[in-house]
Design a protein around this ligand. Structure first.
Ligand SMILES: [Zn+2]
Length: 109
């Protein structure tokens, strides 16, 4: 099993709408919240989706839909064990588990 970087620190800026993760390998990633919600890996968000079957790595993190119907405000972000984060969005959606591996792969370069 591949070893993925572990986060050193996680910072949520609700005012400006981003989540920042500093990784132990020294890299630092700032995730805009809207695309982060769009790639929510939970069954509810992915089920029946036309991207189903393709890798979530293909999702363009900078692609923001013109008519968003979801909430992009992050209320809080909870740790899941030592392997993932579980964001709770202001519309109550909280079933997405974002593993470190997933987050690291999404890192905007
Ligand atoms: Zn979801």
């Amino acid at each position: 099993m591949a070893v993925f970087p572990y986060p050193k620190s996680i910072q949520l800026n609700r005012g400006e709408g981003w989540l920042q993760i500093d990784w132990q390998d020294g890299s630092s990633c700032q995730y805009p919240l809207a695309p982060l919600r769009e790639v929510c890996p939970c069954v509810q968000c992915r089920g029946g989706h036309d991207k189903m079957g393709s890798s979530h790595l293909d999702v363009d993190l900078l692609q923001i839909p013109l008519a968003p119907s979801r909430s992009y405000d992050l209320v809080e972000i909870l740790p899941v064990g030592n392997y993932a984060l579980q964001p709770r969005w202001s519309d109550g959606h909280d079933t997405g588990i974002y593993t470190w591996e997933f987050l690291y792969s999404l890192c905007p370069k």
